[in-house]
Structures are given as structure tokens and as C-alpha cells.
Design a protein around this ligand. Structure first.
Ligand code: DGL
Length: 257
């Protein structure tokens, strides 16, 4: 296999990173991809940082054994817990993480609160709090931890009464306020965007970090002369730590939404 044809590796705690993979395939359709979802250990966002670091390393090692030319940590939680350590360990290849799209939300300059939905870990970790420090003086930003939401999405629940109840309860103290934008700080959440718009109003801006992440991926591969320049579409392989065909089907279903 020519070097540039080597696949790009994606990891997430489960099916969430598929939302980032989708954007990558739109931007770089000719690349080959291997995606690993660690659904056996999901959710990451309510575990200890040390555990998430270890799980992230395990996932990266697995992808390294398949030979990848770049690693995308398509999980906000794993990025906040382990990106520096992963970059340190795999110095020889591009490692791209994801973070909540707070900057574009602030730049919309709309009246009202910016709500950041994310896992409890992402919202307490240093990386996010550093990001907050840059913007909290210019915008009213509300952190909205969403424990339990990843579990629903891992079960394939992306619409319906149970999800609607969950969202309504989480947003109960905010619904009367002006909402400038909602930032999805977890890669599972883009799959429930329709339900969020239903509750918050169709014109509510809902942003996530996937486009920024895949642009960064393209930039880094380009800089290193590692973009796959062949014609046509590349291959996509989806792996999961749970030996469960339903999860692989769910992954493809979410990919094709
Ligand atoms: N998709 C992960 C993220 O972006 C979910 C983390 C979890 O498993 O709790 O944060």
C-alpha cells in the first residue's frame, strides 16, 4: 500500500465519533478510514480521568496495530483527558482532537446565552476551562452537563418520547431565556440535533466542533504531503469493542443519516 493510501484512524467511546467521520468523508472522500468505537466502555464522560486516559491509549494502540497515518480523537471527553499524552506518545504522526465550538458560537454575536452541552468530564477538565476563560467576559456561557445522554444514543435512541423528556428536563431552567446558540460538546449529540431544534425552535443555531476538526486534519496531512490524491472514494471500516452486530449496524445507520 502506498503511504498516502494508509487509512486515517478515528476513535470514540462509542458511536459518537461517527458524526466527525461523516464530516471527514465529505471533506476528504478519497481517504481510507478505520473507525473504532469503544462501546464496551461507554460512557467515558462519567469515569475518572486516569481511566479515560488508559482507555484512550488502548483504543489508539489498537488502531496503530492496523497501521494508520493519522489519529483523530473524535471524542471531546477523550480529547480533554488525554490529547497531550497521546501526542507525546505518537510524536511521529498527526494527532487531531476535538473541542466544543465555543469560538464560532461567540462570533455569531447573538443576544442571549450560549449553552454548552457536554459530558461532565469535558466541562470540568482544564482544556475546556481554558477555553471558557477566553470567552466568558464577552458572552454569557452556561455549561450544561448531560450525564445519561450518551447511553441513550448508544442504544440508538435519537428521537421519541424518552429523549424528548430527557432534553426537556435538562433545559427546564433555560427554556424561558433567550438562547443565542447551543454548542454540542460531545460527538454523540449531533445525532439528536432534530430533537433539540424541535424543543428550542428551528432557528436556534446549533454548532459542533467536527468541521473545525476535519479542516485541521486536512491541513496537517497536506503540510506533511500525506493527503491521498487518488481519484474516487476511499474505504471505510468500522470496528467496535463490543462484539455486537447491532452496534455496527447502528454505526452505519448514523453514518448514512
Ligand atoms: N462522544 C464522546 C464525547 O465527545 C462521549 C463521551 C462519553 O462516552 O461519555 O465526549
Amino acid at each position: 500500500m502506498e503511504n498516502n493510501e494508509i487509512p486515517i484512524g478515528f476513535i470514540d467511546s462509542g458511536v459518537g465519533g461517527i458524526s466527525v467521520l461523516k464530516e471527514a468523508v465529505k471533506l476528504l472522500p478519497m481517504e481510507n478510514y478505520i473507525y473504532f468505537g469503544d462501546s464496551k466502555n461507554a460512557p467515558y464522560g462519567t469515569k475518572d480521568v486516569k481511566d479515560v486516559q488508559q482507555l484512550t491509549f488502548n483504543a489508539c494502540e489498537l488502531l496503530m496495530s492496523y497501521n494508520v497515518k493519522a489519529l483523530v480523537i473524535a471524542c471531546n471527553t477523550a480529547t480533554s483527558a488525554a490529547i497531550n499524552e497521546v501526542r507525546e506518545k505518537y510524536k511521529f504522526l498527526p494527532v487531531i482532537g476535538i473541542e466544543p465550538a465555543l469560538k464560532p458560537a461567540v462570533e455569531l454575536d447573538r443576544k442571549g446565552k450560549i449553552i454548552i452541552m457536554a459530558t461532565p468530564m469535558t466541562l470540568v477538565e482544564k482544556k475546556f476551562n481554558k477555553l471558557m476563560l477566553n470567552y466568558e467576559k464577552v458572552a454569557e456561557i452556561i455549561s450544561l452537563p448531560c450525564p445519561g445522554l450518551v447511553e441513550l444514543i448508544e442504544k440508538g435512541i435519537i428521537e421519541g418520547d424518552e429523549l424528548e423528556d430527557y432534553i426537556r428536563t435538562r433545559f427546564s431552567s433555560l427554556i424561558e431565556d433567550d438562547i443565542a446558540a447551543v454548542v454540542l460538546g460531545c460527538t454523540h449529540y449531533p445525532f439528536i440535533k432534530k430533537q433539540l431544534l424541535k424543543l428550542l425552535g428551528e432557528d436556534t443555531p446549533i454548532l459542533d466542533g467536527s468541521i473545525g476538526t476535519v479542516k485541521q486534519l486536512r491541513k496537517q496531512l497536506d503540510k506533511l504531503g500525506m493527503l491521498n490524491s487518488r481519484e474516487g472514494r476511499g474505504k471505510i471500516e468500522i470496528l467496535n469493542s463490543l462484539d455486537c452486530p447491532e452496534l455496527i449496524s447502528l454505526s452505519y445507520k448514523l453514518f448514512n443519516l
